[in-house]
Design a protein around this ligand. Structure first.
Ligand code: COA
Length: 457
């Protein structure tokens, strides 16, 4: 513990430094318009700035009519196939689908049975981590946050790769398949270490069963008794399919593409993508939704009272409640307007799971918030933008019903999205061939250099 005086001095000097920063670093909002700067890489109508071409995925959320953005039902396609059809197809055939989605995203068409079987065996063979990796990279220097551990572990895999910097298609494919297979193992190991170190619970490392799908392997690793039902594993698999990919413009995929455009190694690109996904406006929102809803349940005495729920949402948007960010987590999207197709599917799953687990009252509260949030958004912000529940609104509730700990909500997003990130990295390297390098307009003016002794505070 530092002596009190030293601590006070540090805090005081930190406050001075921040005041210094604020005094010298103001950029008035109107300058962005003046210089036609696309804040957040958005056009004035909220659509994204066109940054590339892709064959991998399409995210549809609005129509353009006479140059105007018109809200529309959301549709998500992987390599041209509606994600709903993929999900329903796998359900009809009663089989796991995430591995098939990973193939589709990476290679560009649906795999034949033979191709899929071979792909699954390659993934199974890669699932174990390199020798001593767990001891040296996961058990040591534990992290409270599994996303942080995932990013660090992915960077560390560079040291265990004999050919890390080769950016040929063959090498990128090998590394991508290894990452898709290994990320879930890293996640479950990191979770055990976090439990032991920070939560003072027992760690357990069950052997990996090579016959398991990725979804089964996760439930196998996080349940002390290794017991789970086929329905539970298929539901987790469905969540993974829905999170596997979302176009080139989402922040984490764009980060992976930006880094890949420099020709850097895959581990650097994927670690950056994980860091991006961790943010609360991106994948970290699924965790924030559950915290927000917990907070709402604690502060609203009658969940059935729409007026009281609405008042609380108003407080959230006015930054008077919740985490004071002003955001109703799980609501709104950069592309989707009337609906996010992933949220529509997850909502139905959440409803039936909640029914089975006696959590229907909780589910109905989620539904109430989903209904009221757009009204509150419009009334408080005076914004005409059409918003609806996004993928993160119901995913946490589904995970909770599956008994999955909240530490894993965002990591589950990452271990699913790895397929999309890898597909986009490869597409960037194989089809683009230019370093991404946008411009920043400088607002500073030329000033003379002042010798140290002549400067004033
Ligand atoms: N709750 C409250 N305000 C919201 C909001 C929400 N869920 N979503 C957007 N807004 C507000 C923004 O704060 C911003 O207000 P400002 O103009 O006063 O700064 C305005 O609406 C426009 O937001 P912007 O960030 O430009 O919209 P976007 O379409 O780019 O945002 C998200 C997309 C997802 C980042 C945004 O809707 C959000 O932050 N949602 C909550 C976090 C979340 O669920 N993220 C997961 C995304 S899958």
């Amino acid at each position: 513990m530092e002596p009190r005086e030293a601590m006070e001095n540090k805090n005081a000097s930190l406050a001075d430094l921040c005041a210094e920063f604020r005094a010298n670093n103001q950029i008035p909002a109107e300058k962005f318009d003046l210089y036609n700067v696309k804040r957040g890489l958005r056009n004035p109508d909220g659509t994204g700035v066109m940054a590339g071409l892709t064959l991998i995925c399409n995210v549809h959320g609005y129509l353009i009519d006479d140059g105007e953005r018109v809200p529309d039902e959301g549709r998500l396609t992987y390599r041209g196939i509606d994600v709903r059809d993929i999900v329903e197809g796998c359900q009809r055939e009663n089989r796991f689908g995430y591995e098939e989605v990973a193939w589709l995203l990476l290679f560009g068409k649906q795999p034949t049975r033979r191709q899929l079987d071979r792909f699954c065996s390659v993934l199974n063979a890669y699932r174990e981590l390199p020798e001593y990796f767990a001891e040296d990279m996961i058990v040591k220097a534990p992290s409270r946050n599994i996303m942080n551990k995932l990013a660090r572990s992915v960077l560390a895999l560079y040291s265990y790769d004999d050919n890390p910097d080769d950016t040929s298609l063959e090498n990128n494919m090998r590394q991508s398949m290894q990452l898709i297979a290994r990320l879930p193992t890293i996640m479950t190991y990191a979770y055990q270490v976090k439990r032991r170190h920070f939560d003072k619970e027992s760690m357990f490392f069950h052997p990996i069963d090579p016959s398991h799908s990725i979804a089964e392997s996760i439930l196998n690793a996080i349940r002390p008794d290794r017991q789970f039902t086929d329905d539970e594993a298929k539901l987790l698999d469905l969540c993974m399919m829905l999170h596997a990919e979302h176009g080139g413009g989402n922040n984490s995929t764009f980060a992976a593409r930006v880094l890949s455009s420099t020709g850097t190694d895959i581990y650097s690109a994927i670690a950056a993508a994980i860091g991006s996904l961790k943010g609360p406006r991106h994948g970290g929102a699924n965790h924030r939704v559950m915290t927000m809803m917990g907070d709402l349940m604690d502060h609203v005495d009658n969940w059935e009272d729409e007026g009281k729920v609405k008042d609380y949402l108003v407080k959230i948007v006015r930054r008077e409640a919740g985490d004071h960010s002003g955001l109703i987590y799980g609501m709104g999207h950069a592309v989707y307007t009337i609906s996010d197709p992933r949220a529509v599917i997850l909502k139905e799953k959440a409803r039936s799971m909640a029914q089975q687990r006696g959590l229907l009252r909780q589910f109905e509260l989620f539904e109430r918030v989903e209904r009221l949030a757009p009204q509150v958004f419009a009334e408080v912000k005076g914004d005409s933008k059409v918003i609806s529940a996004n993928v993160d609104f119901y995913s946490g509730l589904v995970y909770e019903c599956l008994g999955i700990p909240s530490d894993l909500y965002t990591p589950l997003f990452a271990i699913s999205r790895i397929a999309g990130w890898c597909a986009h990295r490869i597409e960037e390297m194989e089809t683009c061939g230019r370093i991404m390098r946008p411009a920043y307009r400088s607002l500073s003016h030329l000033r003379p250099y002042i010798p140290l002794d002549e400067r004033t505070e």
